[in-house]
Design a protein around this ligand. Structure first.
Ligand code: EPU
Length: 286
């Protein structure tokens, strides 16, 4: 373990929002069951942090410690069409590495920030694909059994931005089975997705990606846009003027600002469309 006392979650999240707490970097998976047993024994609550790119953390001193995996080296080991990937590996780097070895399928995920473990836990997806489609096996710490386990594909269900993992399960490693494709062809797909993303999303600003899930058959971004809410703000938290489902931190936004903006937009959408938008970002607000 590596202990960083008084770590700032604002510095560890793409939104740049969040209070401080002790951060424990985990170097060996095998140490996790004992670590969690000790935390329990001492009555210390905890949360797992991935890449911090889909997370809104409350302000102030957090009443729990944060655990984060320190990435193993090498992050990716290839074996034919299988990619064995450490959960702490950067998602974009993993997609690129596999592409260079003629393994495709994940082109749509290229611009999605975060770790492979984070993408896996919420079945991240874009441009018609979701990571779950390529999962063959997952190594994880299961809080229920308090031990490390390996689950095969048919023991896990992957749905739109949702998986059957328990909230306190911790992703450790995944084996992906990827289709063979020439690098040049994958690169072409990557370029197209990058271009679409650049033209529609506020990439240069601090955000957590889309703040709400799309309700069945509809687009949260389009509904918010139709209500003319682009640029609506609470403090430095603002609805992006580029994509209305991205809420950005334009300066020194607090979690309080961002949550007030979320509540305001949700209420207006409910009034206008009779739809209750569900958060897509994970909120740590205990
Ligand atoms: N639209 C507007 N105004 C806006 C935003 C969008 O009219 O401000 C319209 C677009 O013109 C389009 C439709 O709404 O006709 C859908 O927009 P877009 O193609 O941008 O997709 P999205 O449904 O808003 C989803 C994912 C994104 C993913 C893109 C591309 C969710 C919540 N969002 O966005 O994922 O990058 O498709 O596949 O599922 C994320 O998960 O954080 C995320 C950004």
């Amino acid at each position: 373990m590596e202990l960083q006392a008084n770590a700032s979650l604002a510095e560890l999240t793409s939104l740049g929002i969040g209070g401080t707490t002790d951060l424990l970097g985990i170097k060996r998976h095998e140490a996790i069951p004992e670590l969690l047993r000790l935390l329990d024994f001492h009555g210390l609550p905890h949360s797992f942090l991935g890449g911090g790119s889909n997370l809104l953390v409350r302000d102030g001193e957090l009443p729990w410690v944060v655990l984060q995996l320190v990435s193993a080296q090498p992050e990716v080991v290839l074996e034919g069409n299988l990619a064995h990937v450490d959960a702490a590996a950067d998602l974009g780097r993993t997609v690129t590495y596999c592409a260079k070895h003629d393994l495709g399928g994940m082109e749509g995920l290229i611009g999605v920030p975060g770790t492979v473990g984070g993408a896996l836990r919420m079945n991240a997806g874009a441009y018609g694909m979701q990571i779950g489609a390529y999962v063959r096996e997952v190594k994880l710490y299961r809080a229920a059994g308090r031990r490390l386990e390996t689950l095969c594909r048919d023991q896990i269900s992957f749905e739109y931005r949702h998986t059957s993992f328990a909230p306190d399960d911790m992703m450790l490693a995944v084996t992906l089975e990827l289709p063979s494709k020439p690098y040049k062809e994958i690169l072409q797909g990557i370029r197209i997705c990058n271009e679409k993303r650049r033209s529609s999303q506020p990439l240069g600003q601090k955000s957590a990606g889309c703040i709400f899930k799309n309700p069945p058959g509809a687009s949260a971004g389009r509904m918010i846009d139709e209500l003319g809410l682009k640029r609506l703000r609470v403090g430095d938290a603002q609805v992006s003027d580029r994509h209305a489902n991205f809420f950005v931190n334009t300066g020194r936004a607090t979690a309080k600002d961002m949550l007030a903006l979320v509540a305001d937009v949700r209420e207006r959408v409910q009034k206008a469309f009779d739809v209750i938008l569900e958060c897509e970002v994970v909120v740590w607000n205990a």
